[in-house]
Design a protein around this ligand. Structure first.
Ligand code: ZN
Length: 490
């Protein structure tokens, strides 16, 4: 018994010791666990996935560029990374052998970067003001990731796509806030920008509309499609202008806020090349301008609308000539077909105010409205904004010109067609000028006598060796740089 009791007491004693030991271990474990949890908490509180230096930005941007790649293209690629906290840039370039296309592409990339910097700097100003009392405030990182792709179709058209993905820092991570794509068609031969009508036959929009409407109906629910999505897939001239031609497909792009409700992202639809094969022009329609030969710019004001304008367009087309038309905004809706035709035969579109007023007598707001309303009406008519403007009555000054935000085009040869209304006299007013090279000739498309004179003027100019060019082309070749907004050209 005794020994049993002793044994029992010894066991109890050991058990107590054991219990105390395990309690100690438990406490240590608990403390450790608490420390680790707190550590993780603090670590995750401090941890950031946002790049902190050159090297880290490159790693981040590299992955983004890869993810955003538009399509695989042949040729070596080069990539540029500019870590310039808080605004950084990454661009993937393809090495293009054609230097004028390379220059064109680089210009578009620069435009995208400049816009991004301007926009983000503006936003930061507002934020910095709000945070002026916060000593620990640091501007968030912003990055634009630009993917480019170039593809040369067999008919001489070059497709260029510039895809921009805007990323911002939030909650210690980088997020894509917005992505959009711009596409351009360029002539392989001249490096000039061209329009879909120079590359595609008229019926391509009908085919696209049918296919793309089906595509969205079959791939998206009603909730995902915007209320007026069908407006953006109709065969209207304003649609199907954003696309690239790839080896086996056309890729059409639809901006944010058009077809889909998705925020911050555009939609794209691939259309098999075979579907559009018959609508691809075998070679693009283009004019070649020889910068060493004399050139003139014919300009026609006050349209669209009259039959005389149709005669002028017929004459231009017949002789492979071009002109610049300055349209009066309030007449646009009655002559949309004429505007589209002008564009299709390579003419330039101009703005001649909405109601033909004396601009210098108007208040700033009214001047802007005269111009903006006309720009929108023309865009609605044919899918393109006018590129130049001419003040009604030639009434302009530097102050008005700055408000307009477009190059203002005057003239140096006045045919006085509106005054004489005599075809012979109009022809003579051009013929009698000694040196027409570099001239801008003023006419009005609303008079029959002008149309009659044009039928003489164009063949005469061509016989004399003059090339007819648009106003913007004339400025580009004669002044050596593109027409600039806010400048009056005489
Ligand atoms: Zn006028």
């Amino acid at each position: 018994m005794d020994s049993d009791v002793r044994i029992g007491a010894g066991r109890r004693h050991r058990r107590r010791k054991k219990k105390a030991k395990s309690r100690k271990i438990l406490i240590v474990v608990l403390i450790l666990a608490a420390l680790i949890t707190a550590g993780i908490g603090i670590w995750s509180f401090l941890k950031t996935n946002v790049y902190q230096n050159d090297e880290e930005f490159q790693t981040y941007a590299e992955a983004q560029l890869k993810e955003n790649q538009i399509f695989k293209v042949k040729g070596t690629e080069k990539t540029s990374y500019e870590y310039d906290s808080p605004i950084s840039y990454a661009v993937d370039y393809q090495v293009i052998s054609n230097s004028s296309i390379q220059a064109y592409r680089d210009e578009k990339i620069k435009e995208a970067k400049d816009n991004f910097r301007r926009e983000k700097t503006k936003e930061e100003k507002v934020r910095a003001k709000k945070n002026k009392d916060n000593k620990r405030y640091k501007p968030p990182e912003e990055a634009i990731i630009i993917n480019t792709a170039v593809y040369t179709a067999e008919n001489g058209a070059v497709s260029l796509a510039v895809k921009c993905s805007e990323n911002s820092e939030a909650d210690k991570d980088m997020h894509t806030v917005s992505s959009y794509i711009n596409t351009y068609l360029i002539s392989e031969k001249t490096g000039n920008e061209i329009i879909p009508a120079q590359v595609m036959e008229k019926d391509y929009r009908d085919k696209c509309s049918e296919y793309v409407t089906d595509y969205f109906e079959n791939h998206y629910s009603e909730d995902e499609l915007s209320d007026n999505w069908k407006d953006f897939v109709s065969p209207d001239k304003t649609n199907f202008n954003k696309f690239i031609i790839e080896e086996s497909d056309f890729i059409f792009y639809f901006d944010e806020g058009t077809v889909l409700k998705t925020k911050g992202k555009y939609a794209e639809v691939r259309v098999s090349r075979s579907l559009l094969e018959d609508s691809i022009r075998s070679s693009i329609i283009e004019r070649y301008i020889d910068p060493n030969k004399p050139m003139v710019a014919l300009t026609f004001d006050d349209g669209p609308g009259a039959d005389s304008e149709t005669k002028i367009l017929n004459c231009l087309e017949k002789h492979g000539a071009v002109a610049t038309f300055f349209y009066v905004g309030n007449r646009v809706s009655s002559g949309e077909d004429k505007i589209c035709r002008a564009l299709e035969i390579g003419c330039e579109l101009g703005n001649h105010t909405w109601s033909h007023p004396l601009l210098t007598t108007l208040k700033s707001k009214k001047v802007k409205k005269e111009i903006n309303d006309t720009n929108e009406a023309i865009k609605k008519a044919c899918g393109q904004y006018p590129t130049v403007m001419r003040p009604s009555y030639g009434d302009i000054n530097d102050k008005v010109c700055k408000l307009i935000d477009m190059p203002a085009i005057m003239w140096d040869v006045d045919t006085l067609d509106w005054k004489t209304r005599n075809a012979k006299k109009i022809f003579k007013s051009v013929k009698s000028v000694k040196h027409l090279d570099g001239s801008i000739i003023l006419m009005h498309s609303i008079h029959d006598e002008t149309a009659e004179a044009v039928e003489k003027i164009i063949p005469w100019l061509q016989k004399k060796g003059y090339q007819t060019v648009t106003v913007s082309e004339l400025i580009k070749y004669k002044q050596g740089s593109e027409a600039e907004k806010g400048i009056i050209y005489y």
